[in-house]
Design a protein around this ligand. Structure first.
Ligand code: UN1
Length: 491
């Protein structure tokens, strides 16, 4: 069985404590590999390596940084099937989505590699003659990146990809449920030519490794994807040192279906949005908000569609839904199913853990639907699992009011053929992402990704905004007039 150390200064090394942990398949309980369990001492070593590599990487021409990322993308493309299977094995999403995860990583690396030849600043006239004004982008410095387990290749490419492109050196803490995918990504970047010390990986628990990264004074910026409660903790600790933070903290994403919508399309959309990745996406459709006129028909079709979903081994292409990510994850989801029942929501599909063979060795939960009332906990709190709440409304205005009445604002969707309502929804939905007639999942990498309210703090990953999170703007004035000119000083 494979054993992996921490990746510091281009070397795989044991943790200072000598401790290890294992990556375990959520499907079968099989141990996939053993990893070093780092702590604050290891973070300090990683920071020293990042500090040493900083100057060389900063001076490495941006187009050449892009070439390394493009080479990594090309190698991932060649290995897409193998890497997709690794995602399915380690994280549990079905193989089509495992390959989709890898495709998203490839797509983003290809996109961001091109940023090496853009990294645009501004040029603008001066208020004085013989003077020139411009902005240039510079690296932030050493950045800390903390990634989630639900997209083991895609999100780790969004963050390190953009951070490396920006010329930063990186301390990277992958989620402890998917260290094998993280270690594999590192080897791909190393083979593509990333110099030692530029990307340093410290695996281990969030409470020790994550906190040490956030609190290390040499780490100048942090990018974090996770829960609102962890995000608040990261934000507060970083604020004490006036560090820049980029947050993506989840969602409670609604799909509204109006009375004029194409109902077949809306059903297909919600089944994919709610139960794809077993509902374990920040963008998962966790609420279906139905106009009362189409409510009964939609419920009937939704329940039939949900019951037809096949749950099982994510490597089997005939399977629709894999296991949930871990035992803790399973417990949290089953607790929410109890909460839904106790608060009086009507369980209309699923609701149970599957315990018979072939599901007995993994964390399999039936795709679950509640008919609920807005305001119940299952309609406002992020569950991050295959549990979906349906809410009846009387009209567009109530649909929007319900959709917006949560602390999150990541993704949202409306199904309607009414052009006027579609445009109004773009204005009215409080979310970073709005879909008109697709589900809430499936954002494309060349567009900004992120949310408002408690989902985010103003940054956007991916797209043209990705580079903004990881660069500082420097404003430059060049006076070629040969004399002292005083801006603003005049009558
Ligand atoms: C996430 O769930 O953290 O839009 C990311 C989507 C994917 C990314 C999800 N492209 O569903």
């Amino acid at each position: 069985m494979n054993e992996y150390g921490l990746y510091i200064d281009g070397q795989w090394t044991a943790a200072t404590s000598g401790r290890t942990f294992q990556s375990i398949s959520p499907t079968s309980g099989e141990i996939l590999a053993t990893f070093a369990e780092g702590d604050g001492n290891d973070v300090e070593k990683a920071v020293q390596a990042a500090a040493k590599a900083r100057k060389e990487w900063r001076c490495f021409p941006a187009p050449k940084r892009g070439e390394i990322l493009l080479e990594a993308a090309t190698n991932m493309r060649k290995r897409k099937k193998e890497l997709g299977e690794m995602v399915s094995r380690e994280m549990g999403k079905v193989i089509s989505e495992g390959k989709g995860d890898v495709q998203e990583a490839i797509g983003f690396l290809e996109y961001i590699a091109g940023e090496g030849r853009r990294m645009f600043g501004q040029t603008t006239p001066s208020e004085l003659p013989g003077k020139f004004c411009m902005t240039v982008r510079q690296p932030v410095g050493i950045v800390g990146l903390i990634t989630p387990w639900n997209f083991p290749f895609a999100v780790p490419c969004w963050k390190p990809g953009a951070a490396l492109m920006g010329g930063n050196t990186v301390i990277y803490k992958p989620a402890s449920l998917v260290p094998l995918c993280a270690a594999t990504l590192v080897t791909i970047l190393e083979e593509a030519g990333l110099p030692p010390g530029v990307l340093n990986v410290v695996t281990g628990p969030a409470g020790r490794v994550g906190r040490a990264i956030v609190e290390n004074p040499a780490v100048e910026a942090v990018s974090f994807t996770g829960s609102v409660s962890s995000g608040k903790d990261v934000y507060a600790r970083a604020a004490a040192q006036i560090k820049r933070v980029g947050h993506e903290l989840g969602g409670k994403n609604p799909q509204i279906v109006m009375d004029d919508a194409d109902l077949s399309l809306a059903i297909e959309g919600v089944l994919f949005g709610a139960f794809g990745t077993a509902g374990q996406r920040c963008t998962a459709t966790s609420r279906l908000i139905l106009h009362e006129v189409i409510f009964d028909e939609m419920i009937e079709r939704l329940v039939a569609g949900t019951k037809a979903l096949k749950i099982g081994d994510p490597l089997d292409p005939a399977i629709d839904i894999g296991p949930v990510g871990s035992e803790d994850q399973e417990k949290k989801i089953l607790d929410y199913i109890d909460i839904g029942k106790n608060e009086g929501a009507e369980l209309i599909a699923g609701g149970h853990k599957l315990t018979e063979s072939p599901h007995d060795k993994g964390f399999f939960i039936e795709s679950t639907i509640f008919a609920a009332r807005h305001g119940m906990r299952i309609t406002t709190e992020e569950i991050f699992g295959p549990v979906h709440a349906v809410i009846k409304v009387i009209d567009y205005d109530e649909a929007i009011r319900v959709a917006n009445d949560v602390e999150y604002g990541l993704s949202s969707a409306i199904y309607t053929n009414n052009l006027r309502l579609a445009h109004r929804a773009v204005d009215d939905l409080e979310a970073g992402i709005v879909y008109i007639n697709p589900p809430t999942i499936g954002a494309e990498v060349h567009l900004p990704f992120g949310g408002i309210k408690n989902t985010g703090n103003g940054t956007r990953e991916a797209g043209s905004t990705a580079i903004e999170e990881f660069t500082e703007i420097k404003t430059v004035f060049i006076d070629y007039s040969g004399k002292l000119q005083k801006a603003q000083i005049r009558d």
